[in-house]
Design a protein around this ligand. Sequence first.
Ligand SMILES: [Zn+2]
Ligand SMILES: [Zn+2]
Length: 244
Amino acid sequence: MRVADLRADLHTHTVWSDGELTIEQIARQSRRLGRQIIAITDHSCLMGVRDNTFRQRLKAQREEINAVQERIGDSIYLLHGAEVDILADGTLEFPDDVLAELDIVVASLHTELDQPGALMTERLLRAMHNPHVDIIAHPSGRILPYFKGAELDWELVFETARKTGVALEIDSNPDHLDLDEEHARLAAQYGVLFSVDSDTHRAHHLRCLRLGVRIARRAELRPDDVINTWSLERLLVWLRSRGA
Ligand SMILES: [Zn+2]
Ligand SMILES: [Zn+2]
């Protein structure tokens, strides 16, 4: 697998949350790098959860995405998504009706990372069973070099990913690099789907996809099992088949 095989980058942050690029900058720079599909997935916790304005903010963000799409034409396709926090009890930070409106839902562990492994595993499994969730980002939650990742029951995680059809991410951001090679190799034996994404916060992160591809290559993943290599049509059919 090569970086050029990746048509889609399905996890990026903009100035709407804690990224430095606007939606339009991400779209244009990704297009220059050869991407054909980009998902805008800003953090749920920074999209107005505290003051309960997330519905309005998501609506405004959708309008901006539509406007950018119109300006730049159809050489790159924009998906409106979110990176939604998995709360301590395994529920998600956005309600289901909001998740259903999004084109793509990336869920991840960011908080209460000191829970025991069994609890962390349960949280993750509960999130995977939410039919709106498409991708679990940086599954172990590791943050380099500070947190080595949760002690998950990986076999249970991989089995559940296969059963629910949720893709597990290889997060290419240098702070994560998660799944790592060892876990990706093991996951592949369970027949799970993968997503290799940049988790862009700064402009240079868009080029970090090569780090994730390196992990995918070492783990000997088949390109067909990596949803970012799929055609737009196939990806959209898959997304629409989920979370109905
Ligand atoms: Zn994250
Ligand atoms: Zn992220």
